[in-house]
Write a protein that binds this ligand. Structure first.
Ligand code: PCA
Length: 215
C-alpha cells in the first residue's frame, strides 16, 4: 500500500508551516504502508497541479493532505470539502478569489473516504487532542481537499483521500496571546497515529463512535 502525504509551504506572513515540517519528519513506512512525502505551494490551482503530477507518478492508494489551522488546539481530520474558493487573504502567488466555484461541473461538496473517527480515536489513544472538523474553510486547504476529491470523481476512482488540519507550533504563537500550539514531535506522533488508523481500517470503513458537534 502507498500513501501520498502532502504538506503546504508557509503562507500569510508566517516563516514556517508546521504542515510541511511534520510531513517531512514522518517515517518512510507506517504499519507496512509506504509513505510518499510531498511539499505543495499554498496557491490555488498550482497546488492541485503538483498533487496531480505526484498521483500520476506514484499511483498511491491514499492521499492525505495536511495543512495548518492556526488557532485550533487539536489535530482535526476533516469530513467535507466544498466547491468554493473564498480567500480571506491572497495565496502565495497574490491571487485572492472572493467566492468562486472550484469546478463548475463538480459536486457542491464531497465527503472524505478516510476513516476520520478511527483517526481521531488513534490520535487520542496516542495522548494528543483530536476532533472531527466539518469545515476545512474556504482557502487553499479546502481547495486542495476538494481538488483531490474532484480528481477522484473524474479520473482516479480507486484513490481514497482526505485532509487533516494541525495547530500552530509554539514558536508561531510567541506573539499570539492565548493561542494554542503543539510541538512538532507531537504533531508527527499524531499524524503517524492517524496514518496507522487509515492503514488498519483499509477495506473496513470507519468505526462507529460519538464524534458529532451541535454547532
Ligand atoms: N493552511 C491553509 C492553507 C495552507 C495551510 O497550511 C488553510 O487552512 O487553508
Amino acid at each position: 500500500m502507498k500513501i501520498l502525504v502532502t504538506g503546504f509551504d508557509p503562507f500569510g506572513g508566517d516563516k514556517i508551516n508546521p504542515a510541511i515540517e511534520a510531513v517531512k519528519r514522518l517515517p518512510d513506512t507506517i504499519a507496512g504502508a509506504e509513505i510518499v512525502k510531498l511539499e505543495i505551494p499554498t496557491v490555488f490551482n498550482k497546488s492541485a497541479d503538483v498533487v496531480k503530477a505526484a498521483i500520476e507518478k506514484e499511483h498511491p492508494d491514499y492521499v492525505l493532505n495536511v495543512g495548518q489551522a492556526g488557532g485550533r488546539y487539536a489535530l482535526t481530520p476533516e469530513r467535507v470539502a466544498i466547491n468554493l474558493n473564498d480567500g480571506r487573504i491572497p495565496d502565495n502567488d497574490g491571487y485572492q478569489p472572493l467566492g468562486e466555484p472550484i469546478h463548475e461541473d463538480g459536486e457542491t461538496a464531497y465527503f472524505t473516504q478516510l476513516p476520520i473517527k478511527a483517526e481521531a480515536k488513534a490520535i487520542r489513544d496516542a495522548g494528543l487532542p483530536a476532533e472531527i472538523s466539518n469545515t476545512a474553510g474556504t482557502y487553499v486547504c479546502n481547495h486542495i481537499f476538494y481538488q483531490v476529491q474532484y480528481m477522484r470523481a473524474k479520473e482516479f476512482p480507486n484513490i481514497k483521500a482526505g485532509f487533516i488540519h494541525i495547530p500552530f507550533l509554539p514558536e508561531q504563537v510567541v506573539k499570539r496571546p492565548s493561542t494554542p500550539s503543539m510541538n512538532l514531535g507531537d504533531i508527527v506522533k499524531g499524524l503517524t497515529a492517524a496514518l496507522t488508523a487509515i492503514v488498519e481500517r483499509d477495506g473496513k470503513g470507519d468505526i462507529v463512535a460519538i464524534e458529532g458537534h451541535n454547532h
